[in-house]
Each structure stands twice: as structure tokens, then as C-alpha cells.
Design a binder for this molecule. Structure first.
Ligand code: GAL
Length: 653
């Protein structure tokens, strides 16, 4: 593996500040040890104030000023904020919500991915930008748009989306001859005979909103697949233009727990994955933490949520990933917005590097005294004095200068994450609050509680040679070649619940699931459980939320208190017929580690570890000091251990 140089950066909006301030801002950024400055992603209104009238002068000078200070520019395409005149030209470009209401002008992301007129406007502005700056010596990277999917903008129920969905379905169900689709094939695949829902023509098909009761799940899933493809198509249009004018790498800034589009599919067109990490902002309503954990980690953030996304986006970026926006202080948009504990900005930054980030950029340089994000901290206060995060960023910059380069290392454990499975669970959760993301995240947490480093892998992975253990919970559609690849991988494999529960068109397959080669188990019946009815498992732990009745001739690995099988195992493949609570998932990880010859190191609450090729990192997410096998760590502290000095058990051999 090649060693990486780790760098820091910041998000900056020159158009928000008097030009006289830019030189001093740039000087202070460089003095703080920052390398990157991301600009431009919301500046369409200043670049093209009127249709066809471009004002490049200010942006030319901003880039020159930043570059002269030694900074490298990440230039954002400004398509997340089309000015009002773009909307006036295309009044029907707005995304429409599930209630049929158009989303208005006055904030951002007010466009529908399926609107051809807006796509053409986007191509036009990206062409102008790429032509002007593609070879600029200060340009180091590009960012397309900003946070696809933010503010619930992937699914749009507009007329443009309806038209495009019909075309997409024609492509998904092609006629044997000619260009049209085979409507009979769609009717059969979706089971439209149920409730007389057959269509005579693709043009009869509407979007799956505002139906009297739930739409056909096959219809809903198809709409989600289509919507995801529209985002990738939109992004690809920008990428193709940028590549024609520039050799600089292209990134997009993804988000935490946004699953409405397939990031692996979109990321395949990009050079770098990046994401926007707001640990305190996420804690209340995206993590799924208990009230007690929300209180305990209120100023530190969840100990696993950021790490999960680091590992996810490392996979999306095929090894290359950044933090494009790092929370520097209180934000404005979460239910509660506390300030981080001193040391946490440094911890979050080092944690990203420990997971292989190439760069961490803080959002934003100076707190804006105007508009929507007045309550959002920056590295500077609105009066330009240092905000607390600046010193922590500078400390990391100094530490980086003395630190070994990152040598990314493959983790011993792979955890599969599949956006299509997330949509399938969303379409048919079968019980309130049952979400695929949470299921996978629960497994991830259990692996981290055991001190294991994890690689997240996409569902089209077939080569598991780098791993000792693979977990693929909840993969509702599981192609046969994936089942085959997993069971013949030689890894300790954990599957279930709901593995292979549906075919590609959302039908229950026969033979009944999970139909795993060499593993005699059939899911005879499924049920969802109220939160207050967990089913204890003999030996510890419980099944909660979702449970399967397993038929098997094998002696079960685990039984519940009534004696019913909960998990079965044949060779190295284990099938778990339910959603385990933390104690049961800890047992599952211990079982797999035992089979795979991995050492489990139980982590104290809030303490986490991660290996790179050169170092073992320890992070204390607690508001109090903690002990680790490597020694004590202060509250919000980071401990780095050279890997040679670690007694690693067998996992690093
Ligand atoms: C991100 C976004 C930024 C800014 C930030 C505030 O979602 O990309 O533009 O709004 O949140 O935390």
C-alpha cells in the first residue's frame, strides 16, 4: 500500500466577505497549517448574476489570493443553489414532495434531478467553470454540487420524474423486439394481478405516492432504484464535462446516514469520496442512540457513527476519501446544538486519519453573521478572532508534521453494506422503526466493541481473500453468486436476518429463504416484535424487533428460551434468524472471531481502537479519562501506538 500524506483544509466563502479581507484570511489559513480551501459551491448567483452575464473577476482574484498564500483550491460546482432567474426560466424544475407540493425557492437544493432543463443549465454553468479554471495552477480538486440528497431531495414526485420513470421502466423491462418495453413482463414481475393493478402501457404508470393505501412494494422499490440512478446520471453529466477540461481529481461531499441513492454507483464516476462529519449534530436523531448515550456523548458524539461513515466512504472512494466538512463547534441545525468538549475537534480529525482519510477540511472558516447559518461556529468568530477549534486544528497540523505517514491496511473483518437492501427495508420494514442502516450499524458497533478494525464492502464484492470474517446482515436480495462466493470464501461468515428474503423484483422466492448452499435452514415464518417484547436467548442476549422461525435438521448454535432455533451453523457459515440485541451481537462477534482466529479486545465504554499499517490508535470519546491496554487516555484524548509495539494476537500476522 502506498503511504499517504495527510492534510487539513477549510471551507471558505470569499463572496461573503469584503475583498480587502481575503489576503489576511489566506495568510491565517496557511499559518494554521491548512493546505486546502474549498470554495465556490454556492456562488452561482455571484458568478452569473444574470443569464449569460458572467462576473469572473472576483473568483479569479479569490483563487489567485488563496493560491498566493500557498493554499490549494477545491472548487465546487454551484449547482446546489440555482439563482432565482434559473427558476424563472424553468418554473417546473422544483422537486415535488410525496404530498405533491413543489419545494420553493429561498434556501437551496431546489431542483429535481429529472428535470432536463435544469440538467442543461447545470451542464452550461459547469462547462463555463471547468473551461475557466480546469488548468488553473492553484486548483487541486473539484467537488460536484453539494450533498446530494440533503434536505430530502432525492425522491421527487414531479411531472419530469414521472416521465423519466416510465422511460426507465421501459429500459428495465425491455421488449424482445423494438425499443419499447414489455408491459406484460412488468405486470408479472410486480404481481399486478393483485388488486387489479395491471397496466396496459408504461404511460399508465404513475409515481408511488398519494395512493389510498400502500403502493405495491415492487413499484416503490423500482421508484427508489430509478431515483438513485437519476442522481448518478446528474452527477455523471458534471463529471464528464469537468474531465474534458481538467485533470484534477473530482469528489462529492456525501452525508451521514443518507441512503436514498447508491453511493457506490455514483462514486464509481468520481476519484475521491468525501463526507461531511457533524458528530454532535448527528447524535440526537441519526445515530439511534439511547437517551442515556445521547446525554453521555452530548459533547463528544457517538463513538461509532463517524467511524462507520469513514469506513463506508473509504469503500465508496475505492480507498481515496476525505472529510470535506468537519464540525468545528456548535452547529445550527440539530435538535440541540452543544459545543464540543475541548479536544474533540482534534480527536475527530485524528480519527478520520486513522481510518485512512487523505484530508480533513473544517466547515467553515469564519462564522457568518447573516442568513441561515448564523448559529454555526467556524474556525473564526464573526469578529475574526480565533474560535476554539482553530487551536485544535493547528495542533493537529503540528502533530501531522511529526507523524508517520498513513499506511492504509486492510481490516480483518468485512461488513457488507447495500443501498438496495436499505431501500427494500424502507419499503417493507414489517415493524415500526426497523431500518437496515440500523441493523448494519448495530453489527458494526459490536465489532468495534470487540476492538476489531472493519472494512465496509459493497454487495457486488465477490473476492473475500483479504478477510478472515464477513458479515452481511439484512441483505434482502442476495444473488446466488454472492451466496456462493461467501460460503466458499474460507471466511467465517454471518448472514441473516432477512438474507435473500426477496428476489430482485420483491417477490418471496421459492424454495423459501435464505437458500444458502450447504446450510440447512429455512425461514418458515417471520414476525416483528414490539420494543417491549424481546425474546431472550439461552446463554445470553435476546432477539428484538424482528424474528424468524427457522426450520433445520441441524443442531442449532443458539436457541431461545422456548427452545426454538435462533442461529444455525454449518462449517464457517452462520445464519442468525433475528435482530440481535447488543449482548447477542457481542456473542456473534465472539463466535466469528473464534472461528476466524481473531483476537477480541473488549473496549471500555466510549473507547475505540483502529489500526493503520503503522500505528494502533486509541480514542477516548468519554468526558472522563479511560484506561486502555495501551495505557490511560485523558477525556477526549487520542493515544497512538507504533504497531511493532503492539501484542496483536493473530489479527495482524
Ligand atoms: C452541510 C452543508 C454545508 C453547511 C453545513 C452546516 O450539510 O454541506 O453547506 O450547510 O452542513 O453544518
Amino acid at each position: 500500500m502506498t503511504a499517504l500524506r495527510r492534510t487539513l483544509g477549510v471551507c471558505y466563502y470569499p463572496e461573503h466577505w469584503p475583498e480587502a479581507q481575503w489576503t489576511e484570511d489566506a495568510r491565517r489559513m496557511a499559518a494554521a497549517g491548512l493546505t486546502w480551501v474549498r470554495i465556490g459551491e454556492f456562488a452561482w448567483g455571484r458568478i452569473e448574476p444574470e443569464p449569460g452575464r458572467f462576473d469572473w473577476g472576483w473568483l479569479d482574484r479569490a483563487i489567485a489570493t488563496l493560491g498566493a498564500a500557498g493554499l490549494k483550491v477545491v472548487l465546487g460546482t454551484p449547482t446546489a443553489t440555482p439563482p432565482k432567474w434559473v427558476l424563472d426560466r424553468h418554473p417546473d424544475m422544483l422537486a415535488v414532495d410525496a404530498e405533491g407540493r413543489a419545494r420553493k425557492f429561498g434556501s437551496r437544493r431546489h431542483y429535481c434531478f429529472s428535470h432536463e432543463g435544469y440538467l442543461a443549465e447545470s451542464r452550461r454553468i459547469v462547462t463555463e467553470l471547468a473551461r475557466r479554471y480546469g488548468r488553473n495552477p492553484h486548483l487541486g480538486a473539484w467537488q460536484t454540487d453539494n450533498e446530494y440528497g440533503c434536505h430530502d431531495t432525492v425522491l421527487s414526485y414531479s411531472d419530469s420524474a414521472r416521465q423519466a420513470f416510465r422511460e426507465w421502466l421501459r429500459g428495465a423491462f425491455p421488449a424482445e423486439r423494438g425499443n419499447g418495453g414489455d408491459i406484460g413482463a412488468l405486470n408479472r414481475a410486480w404481481g399486478n394481478v393483485f388488486w387489479s393493478m395491471d397496466y396496459a402501457d408504461f404511460d399508465d404508470i404513475d409515481l408511488p405516492n398519494l395512493t389510498v393505501t400502500e403502493p405495491n412494494p415492487a413499484h416503490s422499490l423500482a421508484f427508489r432504484r430509478f431515483s438513485s440512478a437519476q442522481v448518478a446520471r446528474y452527477n455523471r453529466a458534471q463529471v464528464e464535462i469537468i474531465r474534458a477540461y481538467s485533470d484534477a481529481p473530482i469528489a462529492h461531499n456525501y452525508m451521514g446516514r443518507v441512503t436514498e441513492f447508491d453511493h457506490f454507483a455514483l462514486g464509481a464516476d468520481l476519484d475521491i469520496a468525501s463526507w461531511d462529519s457533524y458528530p454532535l449534530g448527528f447524535l440526537e436523531d441519526r445515530v439511534g442512540a439511547s437517551a442515556e448515550d445521547q446525554r453521555h456523548f452530548a459533547r463528544q458524539g457517538d463513538p461509532d457513527f463517524q467511524a462507520f461513515h469513514h469506513d463506508l466512504y473509504r469503500a465508496v472512494g475505492r480507498g481515496r476519501w476525505w472529510i470535506m466538512e468537519q464540525q468545528p463547534g456548535p452547529v445550527n441545525w440539530a435538535p440541540y446544538n452543544p459545543a464540543p468538549l475541548p479536544g474533540m475537534v482534534r480527536l475527530w480529525t485524528w480519527e478520520a486519519f486513522a481510518h485512512g482519510a487523505e484530508a480533513v477540511c473544517y466547515f467553515r472558516w469564519r462564522q457568518a453573521p447573516f442568513a441561515q447559518e448564523q448559529m454555526h461556529a467556524g474556525l473564526l468568530r464573526p469578529d475574526s478572532r480565533d474560535a476554539p477549534a482553530l487551536a485544535e486544528a493547528r495542533q493537529v497540523a503540528d502533530e501531522l508534521a511529526a507523524a508517520p505517514e498513513v499506511c492504509p491496511a486492510a481490516a480483518p473483518v468485512a461488513l457488507m453494506f447495500d443501498y438496495d437492501a436499505d431501500w427494500a427495508w424502507t419499503v417493507q420494514p414489517h415493524g415500526r422503526g426497523l431500518a437496515y442502516f440500523q441493523l448494519v450499524f448495530d453489527h458494526y458497533r459490536a465489532l468495534r466493541r470487540a476492538g476489531l478494525s472493519v472494512d465496509i464492502v459493497p454487495a457486488d464484492t465477490r473476492d473475500f481473500a483479504a478477510y478472515r470474517a464477513v458479515l452481511a446482515p439484512g441483505l434482502m436480495h442476495m444473488p446466488d453468486d454472492l451466496k456462493q462466493a461467501l460460503t466458499s470464501s474460507g471466511c467465517a461468515v454471518a448472514l441473516g436476518p432477512r438474507s435473500g428474503a426477496r428476489d430482485g423484483q420483491f417477490t418471496i422466492p421459492v424454495p423459501l429463504p435464505p437458500a444458502i448452499p450447504g446450510l440447512d435452514v429455512t425461514v418458515a415464518r417471520v414476525e416483528s416484535l414490539r420494543p417491549d417484547m424481546p425474546i431472550p436467548v439461552r446463554g445470553g442476549g435476546a432477539v428484538r424487533g424482528y424474528r424468524e422461525e427457522l426450520e433445520t435438521a441441524l443442531e442449532p448454535l443458539w436457541r431461545d428460551v422456548s427452545g426454538a432455533p435462533v442461529a444455525v451453523r454449518a462449517g464457517r457459515a452462520t445464519y442468525v434468524g433475528g435482530w440481535g440485541d447488543d449482548a447477542l451481537l457481542d456473542r456473534l462477534v465472539a463466535e466469528l472471531a473464534g472461528q476466524a482466529g481473531l483476537t477480541v479486545t473488549p473496549m471500555p465504554r466510549g473507547v475505540r481502537t483502529r489500526d493503520t499499517g503503522a500505528e494502533r490508535f486509541w480514542f477516548n470519546h468519554n468526558p472522563h479519562p479511560a484506561d486502555t491496554p495501551a495505557g490511560p487516555i485523558p477525556a477526549a484524548g487520542v493515544l497512538r501506538q507504533p504497531l511493532q509495539s503492539v501484542s496483536t494476537g493473530s489479527e495482524n500476522t
